[in-house]
Design a protein. Sequence first.
Length: 220
Amino acid sequence: MISRVLHARVFGVRRSRFRGFRVYAGPCCFDNQRMLRHKLILIMKTLKLLSTTLVLAGLALTGQAADDQKLQADVDAAIKAFESADSGLKDAFKNSAGYVVFPNVGKGGFVVGGAHGNGLVYEKGKLIGHASLTQVTVGAQVGGQEFSEVIFFETPAALGKFKEGGYAMSAQIGAVAAAEGASKNAKYVDGVMVFTKAKQGLMAEASVGGQKFKFTPLKK
């Protein structure tokens, strides 16, 4: 009898109401169960977090794809608008080493103004990346203005400087308002030639000097 009691205490068994003994969950078993339950909870939390992350990533990719499609559509429309305003620009799009089109540049302010926009960069007619434009100007500003802007690059070297990143427009460079025949008298300055086409609004200062750009190549 004593040996059976000792056996029960050591190995975690309890006397049954009937014959023999039955195994019961001793301290070690309870610890294992707690550890297993804890691991299962951690796995469930990890799976839930992973699922949420995948959903958010999918939404982000979907949103980015929609933004890219809209930007492409806006750029295509802007190119047609430039060529419609000045038929001579068709040769510039065809013969330049490359160009960047910003379909919607917002510009406005009073005394201190600024401009910003996103666009697409092409090399010999092939899309190679995205670009962003920023500009801060100080002077007599009136109202606000939204316009399209296209920058043509005369040579591969000029385009290469833009692609290097941190490109800034020289103060000597001015923008030519797109109008029939305007491209005939336009000249490249420092390897670039800039045209703008206003959409709405008025602004006293129309210089593009000081514009800064960031280039992001397409992912391969």
